[in-house]
Design a protein around this ligand. Sequence first.
Ligand code: PEP
Ligand code: MG
Length: 753
Amino acid sequence: MLTTLRRIVLAFGQEPELGNALQNLVAQVKTAMATECCSVYLADYEREHFLLTASDGLAKASLGQVTIGFSEGLVGLVGQREEPINIADAQHHPRFKHAPEVKEEDFNAFLGTPIIHQRRVLGILSVQQKQARQFNENEEAFLVTLAAQLAMAIANAETTGILSRNKNQQNRQYVQGVPASPGLAIGNFYISYPKAQLSSVSLSKVGQVDKQTKIFQHAVLKTKRDLSQMSERMQGAIPEDALDIFEMYKHMLESASLGDEIVEKISLGWNAESALKLVIDQYVIQFESVEDPYIRERSTDIKDLGNRVLFHLQEEEASREQVPKNMILVATDVTASLLAEYQHKGLKAIVSLSGSTNSHAVILARALAIPAIMAVGNISLANFKYKQAIIDGYSGEIFLSPDAALLSEYQHLVREEDELQELIKEVIDLPAITKDGKSIELLLNAGLSAEFDSSMKNGAVGIGLYRTEIPFMERNCFPSEHEQVNLYHTVLRSFPRQPVVMRTLDVGGDKALPYFPINEDNPFLGWRGIRITLDHPEIFLVQVRAMLKANVGIGNLEIMLPMISGVTEVDDAVRLVNQAYFEVCNESDTPVSKPKIGIMLEVPSVLFQLEELAKKVDFFSVGSNDLTQYLLAVDRNNSRVAPLYDSYHPAVLRALNHIAEQAQLFLIELSLCGELASEPGGALLLLAMGYDKLSMNTHNIPKVKWVLRHIDYTQAQLILSHCLMLSTPKQVHNYLNEQLELLGLGGFVRAGK
Ligand code: PEP
Ligand code: MG
């Protein structure tokens, strides 16, 4: 059954046109289940009905014509209940709705199951039979499993459909993602394709038969050359018969079957990549449906070969493609390194099909003031090709190929944004103080990009978080103590009379060192931050010694420990810092100052040990990015749960308020260095809670300062007490946005002034 299921799903993914794919699917399901009718109804939420889209068994003339209201008939009932319904005698069921056009009078047994994606019913998959009988458990399980697997593919097609569907009754192409970095951009898409993955090729026809054939043949030649070289290199190193694999690959490319089949597809208009995918997928399906495990295993070879040819096809394509002006980078997964690669090439905005709002790529985008939209969904990248677009980083909206009216509307908003940016520069050198005199320190989050220059200060009164791991990530091996001393010295010297908080190495989770691989099932719950450095005192000691040496003659260093989950880690780390201190004192002729030591509050366990922890360290700094992730149990990088990741969740706000109350009680200095500090609403609430310092990227310092200088502390406290009584993140967002509008600060949380 599993093989049949896999074969049906694979075949479904092979057909580029949804209507055809569904029609093939219903025929295959009908055969596989040995039943007499299988149908798919797709939901139309605007019209509130299901449309009979494909069927093998119902009248052909009714396809695309017959609709069933959301609250009508058995199909509607499956949608309403959001669960399978299995009825032996459907004709006599009170919800049965007779639709003469479909000609289902002979069918009695009915089994329908909803196709659900992210809590939304996208359609109904049903089977029917003349004999009045209950479908058995296996049949029900088969249909439910199939519907679950189809949901993603149908959701893709639906989103692609949205691209060309109307929004607000105007003929506009539109797609929605999760807003991740605010701001507006108008530009042209540049697609960064994942390298050589046939599974991510989007099928498309281009004609140009001769050109595409030549491109394909060229890629085949290059692949054969690679295979010969690989085989030569391996001579003597692996047994002779294992070398046959390379010959077999070459033969497959030469053989009349594979190569010719691809050329034949090209002659039907498919571009070379699509033709390759269609043929390879077909072979994979055939091999995978064979019982013999040896032959089934050959599907891996076919896929591998396909990806090798694809690599050369994409290489050709990439060499022909130019980076457009005002580039909007779009990729399946925009990572921090991808962003860094394009940041100097006129990058205006980023769009990522996956990812979430506080991944390190997004943190970097915010620091660079680049609007970002994440978790756009499983849309084919081809939809963005060569398109102009408007990116609204406040709302998460992407408008493709905008018409003149929309363009001019957004050009106006962009001008307003620019004016606002100019306006807030006025406060750069002024203190961060509210209208009624409450002051707070605004510090800089640094370290995200290797180069650091003091023009990035933007009115900050020190560094609240220097992420030391980034320079570690951009290398091939751990940096020496000497190299670290030089780097840290530059950073400490940039704020000679103000505090600079350096965080000890925080790798693990989504921050990997290329030369120190960690493979774990649950990296965010695994070997991360202080856990690694305590297990490797040689790495920790070198880093702390380097910090202490770099601080000689300056004296503004403060050391911060990441990912602390209890007092033992603090004791162990402080002991090592003391050891490094005495070593450096012994080696140095000049006095070495002892830095303050603080911890990050980002693992929820520390919320219940604040009193003990306050006695052991000099300051606390809340890492709201991780605190949100761990408190809500929502992976900060996972697009499936991106809408659940929210630092304005009442539980997070109450935790932050609890920390502030406790810090005041135990007289310990408190700051917050997560992304929340850089948002107008977040900064307002944290000020009201009593945080002493907020640390954020350079770009946001003037904005937050402007906001704080235009509000009253007493008013901020009233807003906070109301927020603390709300029960859902949505209520908090609505209320905060409303208040910011009333305060004349709405331009910071939406497009325009
Ligand atoms: C945080 O978790 O809030 C934080 C500042 O650290 P990072 O984003 O580097 O994990
Ligand atoms: Mg963190």
